[in-house]
Design a protein around this ligand. Structure first.
Ligand code: SAH
Length: 244
């Protein structure tokens, strides 16, 4: 894919610095190249509703980089899974600025996985693997279950469903990070039973430029019953049978 990188808007580097992010040589250009590819592909395949370049730098790049507060504490060689990566957020921006970590970007849709593979190869990212797969299946596959030091996601579903998809993939002691909107506190409250059921505990909420990140610890092994198959995490989310 040959498109020229988007320039960061005025004030972008300062806003990133406020999040504790400093860029190494070439990283801003790679981030801009990623956005250019995403917006170009978006003309023919739906990847994002955000088409304004300035907004894309904030909503896609800064939002993703908020997770550095947790991910930059991981040792080199640690494994991070981005579930429902879609157009590559948050996984691709994170893989650009954290070259020492190994990223697995997962999406159930073939067209999304194809875009992700093309983008990763055009950007020359050697620390990224792309899988077309479903989180429910991976969570029951010993090659993936409890194999990741951190599992991250944005805009894949409500928290009770999401924690059932993400937590089984995290190692005990690993992190689960969900980028959420302004209603993060309500989402957290609605997922209390689900969080406990899958062996996670809530740790803290990080502020992003556009919302909040819910950070969880994978505290205990996940019971083998989870994640459930057949679409149950979505249609019958854990805790939904109990009256609130
Ligand atoms: N994370 C991206 C995309 C969000 S759209 C962003 O924030 O921009 C949600 C994506 O999750 C879609 O691409 C969809 O194909 C994928 N998805 C939904 N459920 C999934 C599942 N169970 N396993 C894997 N991918 C899933």
């Amino acid at each position: 894919m040959e498109v020229s990188p988007l320039e960061p808007p005025a004030g972008f580097v300062e806003r990133a610095a406020a999040l504790g992010v400093a860029f190494e040589a070439g990283e801003l250009e790679r981030l801009g190249a990623f956005l250019a590819m995403m917006l170009e592909t978006n003309k023919t395949h739906n990847l994002t509703a955000i088409t304004d370049p300035t907004e894309a730098w904030t909503r896609h790049i800064l939002d993703a980089l908020t997770l550095l507060a947790v991910l930059s504490t991981l040792e080199d060689g640690s494994r991070v899974a981005d579930i429902g990566s879609g157009g590559g957020v948050p996984g691709v921006p994170l893989a650009i600025v954290l070259p020492g970590l190994n990223f697995t970007l997962v999406d159930a849709t073939g067209k999304k996985a194809t875009f992700l593979r093309d983008a990763v190869s055009a950007l020359g990212l050697t620390n990224v693997t792309v899988l077309q797969d479903r989180a429910e299946r991976m969570g029951q596959d010993l090659a993936h279950r409890e194999q990741y030091d951190a599992v991250v996601a944005r805009a894949v579903g409500p928290m009770p469903m999401l924690i059932e998809l993400l937590a089984p993939l995290a190692k005990v002691g690993g992190a689960v990070l969900a980028i959420k909107g302004a209603k993060a506190a309500e989402e957290l409250a609605s997922a209390k039973d689900a969080i406990r059921a899958v062996g996670a505990t809530y740790e803290r909420t990080l502020e992003t430029p556009t919302g909040k990140v819910l950070a969880f610890l994978k505290a205990r092994k996940t019971a083998l019953a989870y994640p459930r198959s057949g679409g149950l995490p979505k249609t019958k989310p854990l805790g939904s049978e109990r009256k609130k």
